[in-house]
Design a protein around this ligand. Structure first.
Ligand code: SF4
Ligand code: F3S
Ligand code: FES
Length: 248
């Protein structure tokens, strides 16, 4: 059965903005993105929202619903009571372009800073058989749809704009971890992780993992193993001596 819901939607641009009240029809089985589309069709034709697949796979429709980072297309209206006011705001960590659309270029910049997969130069096709555990680890990380909800949620940048230059965020630390743990990647990415991508800023609060719509265990399977590798090298006396002798 349909009903009328109360919505508050943030509207504005780079100059500022605020919450606007709407009363809007909701039908059975709908998600928050359906309601935003109905607002565009009936009351606010210039309301800006980014979306593409409406199936939880493109990562475009990230925003915050009642203050929680969510994909709009995967947030069912049935998770709210009919008298609950539903508040939709843009992701807080990235600059607003207009209404619910933010400028996520921070993430593309951080992606570019991760050197690509580096296999041994003399490796020929068929020379190496991957272990199943290595395949599964990469497959888990590769489920990422680049929604940037983890990047938006991590307190290191969410509350501290000035950390952005020194912290790549969970999504790109996970990419570094994937390559660092890849048996065929010969690059050593531990200095990159610690010194350029800001791994030390992460105090494993796991908020990134909690919001990931692909249920990737970002903290347990990527960030903690990466921290262990960085620490191992730092406190391994043989490695320490090697660094002293050969890295002057
Ligand atoms: Fe989104 Fe998860 Fe990828 Fe982060 S790791 S960008 S939350 S899919
Ligand atoms: Fe941030 Fe995730 Fe670490 S939320 S602090 S990157 S565990
Ligand atoms: Fe593609 Fe929501 S529209 S993930």
């Amino acid at each position: 059965m349909g009903y009328e819901a109360k919505f508050k939607v943030w509207r504005g641009d780079t100059e500022g903005g605020g919450l606007h009240d709407f009363t809007v029809e909701v039908n059975e089985g709908e998600v928050v993105l359906d309601i935003i589309h109905r607002l565009q069709a009936t009351q606010a034709p210039d309301l800006a929202v980014r979306w593409n697949c409406k199936a939880g796979k493109c990562g475009s429709c990230s925003a915050e619903v009642n203050g929680r980072p969510r994909l709009l297309c995967m947030t069912r209206m049935s998770t709210f009571t009919q008298d609950e006011v539903v508040t939709v705001t843009p992701m807080r960590t990235f600059p607003v372009i207009r209404d619910l659309v933010t400028d996520v270029s921070f993430n593309y910049q951080k992606a570019r800073e991760v050197p690509s997969f580096t296999p041994p130069v003399d490796l020929k096709p068929g020379d190496y058989r991957m272990q199943q555990a290595d395949v599964e680890r990469s497959q888990e990380f590769r489920k990422c749809i680049e929604c940037f909800l983890c990047q938006n949620t991590c307190h290191v940048v969410r509350d501290h704009e000035d950390n952005k230059h020194a912290f790549s965020g969970p999504r790109y630390l996970m990419r570094i971890a994937e390559l660092e743990m890849h048996p065929l990647d010969v690059a050593d990415r531990r200095d990159l992780a610690q010194e350029e991508a800001g791994l030390g800023f992460c105090n494993i609060t796991k908020c990134c993992t909690e919001v990931c719509p692909e249920h990737i265990k970002i903290t347990d399977n990527a960030l903690i193993p990466l921290k262990e590798r960085v620490v191992d090298r730092k406190y391994d006396p043989i490695v320490w001596l090697g660094n002293k002798l050969f890295r002057r």
